[in-house]
Design a protein around this ligand. Structure first.
Ligand SMILES: [Zn+2]
Length: 139
């Protein structure tokens, strides 16, 4: 039950951090890699020797598209249509998240990638029921 409590605490800390604009991950003291979103154990080696550590929020956008179907959850209907993508965090993990500051059109997405690697920065999207991780174009 200790393991369940550790995982629950990591998830609670993640959302509390997100609400305050901090982005937390689990850092494994056995293999020195990050798990994000944080859990009670390392997703790479399975170790439970993890610490909660803040991330820089810096990432590179690897892929982006826009939603052509209804939002995946009612909480997102008010911001639809939106762009979402796969992002590689500076610390290593790849995550999926909403990308702010890009219009959801094929032309705008094409123009975005014509410029080369796209630097993005994490920010919190404050929805009615919970804070959500999002990224905005950096600089
Ligand atoms: Zn590990």
């Amino acid at each position: 039950m200790q393991d369940v409590a550790q995982a629950t605490n990591a998830i609670r800390a993640y959302y509390e951090g997100l609400a305050a604009g901090r982005f937390l991950a689990s850092f494994c003291t056995d293999c020195s890699r990050y798990t994000f979103p944080p859990t009670g154990c390392c997703e790479h080696c399975g170790s439970w020797n993890v610490q909660t550590r803040p991330l820089s929020g810096e990432a590179t956008l690897l892929y982006a598209t826009h939603n052509v179907t209804p939002a995946c959850h009612p909480r997102f209907e008010k911001i639809a249509p939106y762009v979402y993508g796969h992002l590689k965090l500076k610390e290593g993990p790849v995550v999926q998240a909403i990308v702010l500051g890009v219009r959801p059109t094929p032309q705008d997405l094409q123009r975005l990638f014509d410029g080369g690697p796209v630097a993005v920065k994490a920010q919190t999207l404050h929805m009615d029921d919970l804070p959500v991780l999002a990224f905005a174009l950096a600089g």
